[in-house]
Design a protein around this ligand. Structure first.
Ligand code: ATP
Ligand code: MG
Length: 366
């Protein structure tokens, strides 16, 4: 996929910017707080229902303005699509080729992008919610059916939790059965995704870190051992049954896929307490590469790669390993850095260079 043009207006600190990015490498450099990440965020938002930084829409609109607009032309498999996004405090509107779209699923796959930002490594150290959010977002990107079952699960969970808070529990059995049924689909799709990603992770970790450690990604849903949906459903029913007393006591569903975690391992040891900072960064970057590869397999085309604040994230050797990998692939890459690094420019052939200052963008050549 290629983003051949992008126009951003009144988005965060960007008043009005229009660029025609290079087909391969694009470097956005500028001092802190000038709008580099904002521009990556705008590009990401064109193809995704949620920002990688916030879920609060008003933050995205330039102070003092009513709406932000992002427009982009995407070339995918020889077909051009024009995507337009209008963001207001109350909601967002999406148009594809001038036609309004109402369901998130219609935008699915129109502009795939993988982001790697400094915040991502936090995923290793933080609580399970951040990994679960990552899991849900990435499964959805390559599997459109996931969104539907995930939403159903959330809806049913809410109903069941509501019942658990009331003295009259009529109908609890029915909601529990529904929860097990949709929960089984959520788990089955997650398991399928993790198995694929785990296989790719190992390879990319070696590419980036060049080390001898083995990296692994694993997902062991609470109370579940099978991989077959019907059997998972049975196991979930047993789990909900075992937990019933504590569910009633706490007035909420205390176990199930909404509580599951994703485990990162290095040489079969958990990455969080035992991995060094560099190892943790490499791990997350390898995970992103695996994600890109998976999207490439699924859509027959590589997604965009948005590398935020790259120099602060990786040391010179890892940087070089990454650049070597990227130059062998047909990927459109957007890199932000605070310096117009000569090493980076030497590694990235035909790099289009842009300077970012106070929300403005100047093309400096390629
Ligand atoms: P760094 O190198 O530190 O990561 P950056 O160039 O990536 O910097 P951004 O995060 O893109 O910086 O931009 C930050 C700037 O955008 C800040 O000055 C912030 O005040 C401004 N900003 C964020 N949201 C809005 C908004 N809604 N309206 C106006 N300005 C905003
Ligand atoms: Mg930034």
């Amino acid at each position: 996929m290629r983003l051949s043009s992008v126009a951003v207006a009144d988005f965060r600190n960007v008043r009005s910017v229009h660029i025609e990015p290079g087909e391969r490498f694009n470097l956005l450099h500028g001092l802190n707080g000038q709008g580099k990440t904002n521009l990556l965020e705008a590009i990401y938002l064109l193809g995704s229902p949620r920002s990688f930084r916030t879920s609060r829409l008003p933050e995205l609109v330039r102070h003092g303005e009513r709406q932000a607009q992002i427009q982009g032309t995407v070339d995918s498999g020889g077909v051009e699509n024009s995507l337009r996004l209008v963001i207001e405090a109350a909601g967002r509107k999406v148009e594809i080729d001038g036609k309004a779209v109402h369901k998130a699923s219609e935008l699915h796959g129109k502009l795939n992008a993988v982001v790697f930002s400094p915040d991502d490594t936090g995923m290793v150290r933080m609580g399970p919610e951040s990994r679960r959010r990552y899991l849900d977002r990435t499964v959805y990107m390559g599997d459109i059916g996931y969104l539907h079952c995930w939403h159903s699960y959330q809806r049913i969970l809410k109903q069941r939790n509501h019942l658990l808070k009331t003295p009259d529990r009529t109908g609890l059995d029915i909601w529990t059965e529904r929860l097990a049924e949709t929960g089984a689909e959520v788990i089955e799709r997650r398991l399928r995704f993790v198995a694929v990603l785990d296989g790719k992770l190992q390879k990319y970790y070696a590419t980036i870190a060049g080390g001898a450690e083995t990296s692994r990604l694993s997902y062991h849903p609470d109370g579940v051992r099978s991989t077959d949906r019907e059997q998972i459903r049975g196991e979930l029913l047993e789990l909900f049954d075992r937990q019933l007393r504590s569910d009633e006591r706490y007035g909420t569903t205390t176990a199930g896929p909404h509580r599951d975690d994703l485990t990162f391992l290095l040489d079969d040891r958990p990455l969080k307490p035992f991995g060094s900072q560099g190892q943790q960064k490499s791990f997350v970057l390898a995970l992103k590469m695996a994600e890109m590869d998976n999207l490439h397999d699924t859509f027959g085309e590589a997604p965009l790669l948005l590398l935020d604040d790259m120099s602060s994230e990786l040391d010179a050797r890892r940087n070089q390993n990454l650049m070597e990998f990227l130059t062998t692939r047909e990927i459109q890459v957007f890199i932000t850095t605070t310096e117009r690094s000569p090493a980076l420019l030497a590694a990235a052939p035909h790099c289009a260079v842009f300077h970012v200052e106070d929300g403005n963008l100047t093309f400096e050549g390629s």
